[in-house]
Design a protein around this ligand. Structure first.
Ligand code: AP5
Length: 214
């Protein structure tokens, strides 16, 4: 049984998926991470999606469905996945439903991480990734000790290409238009759990695990 984390850019899907994966013995499956890896390795998929990602638009449904199909068919029967950033359109959600049914697998829950616009902007403009450790940090929310630890290990705090203010605004518009309708879709399917994610990381994690128990 797999879990979907649904929410706007910056709502904390990646942060919470990592913690859930450790806490519940599941595996994070992030389409954003897979696509960024393809771009940096300059694979055929990476070259095809680079422009859309830099602009903050969605990449074609078939591209992400291909990646998800491959992982679920290979490991879905033995591994419980936390889907982070997928599905993101109604077409993706419907295809995921068909795919899982064909593989005799199912979703356990879809958790919507609810965060207000101002917090999303602050989290996204402040996000940095340590070039040495890969740790995702935030210049507004991470402790000074954590930020210093990256530099002390010889790392740099890098900003994602799509975390510039104009691109962030576009990503949030794309989310409202193409992804937010999934909230009603999954409410109708009886899978939706809503978590107030406008709180510190530990509090959100506690709320998330409680929502999954209900
Ligand atoms: P993707 O990588 O999925 O980006 P996103 O959905 O825009 O989400 P983010 O990674 O920006 O945010 P997040 O919710 O994971 O938050 P995080 O935990 O990092 O996708 C990138 C691109 O790939 C898309 O634009 C699209 O082009 C393409 N793509 C991916 N999937 C696709 C799909 N299915 N279909 C089509 N195209 C697709 O947290 C953000 C920051 O806030 C961090 O600094 C973190 O430290 C901080 N933070 C987290 N939680 C808290 C908290 N509780 N309090 C304070 N700070 C916090």
């Amino acid at each position: 049984m797999h879990i979907v984390l649904l929410g706007a850019p910056g709502s904390g899907k990646g942060t919470q998926a990592q913690r859930l994966a450790t806490g519940l013995g599941m595996q994070q499956l992030s389409t954003g991470e897979l696509l960024r890896a393809a771009v940096s390795q300059r694979t055929a998929v990476g070259l095809a999606v680079q422009a859309a990602m830099e602009a903050g638009s969605l990449v074609p449904d078939e591209t992400v469905l291909g990646m998800i199909r491959e992982r679920l068919a290979a490991d879905g029967a033995t591994t419980q996945f936390i889907l982070d950033g997928f599905p993101r359109t109604l077409a993706q959600a419907r295809s995921l439903g068909d795919l899982l049914a064909n593989l005799d697998q199912a979703l356990r829950a879809v958790v919507y991480l609810e965060v207000d616009f101002d917090s999303l902007m602050k989290r996204l403009t402040g996000r940095r990734t340590c070039s040495e450790t890969g740790q995702v940090l935030n210049i507004y929310y991470s402790s000074q000790a954590d930020l210093d630890a990256c530099r002390e290990r010889g790392g740099e705090l890098l900003q994602r290409d799509d975390d510039k203010e104009d691109t962030i605004r576009h990503r949030l518009e794309v989310y409202d238009r193409q992804t937010a309708p999934l909230i009603e879709h999954y409410r109708d399917e009886g899978l939706l759990r809503i978590v107030d994610a406008d709180a510190d990381v530990n509090t959100v994690y506690r709320r998330l695990t409680e929502a999954l128990q209900g």
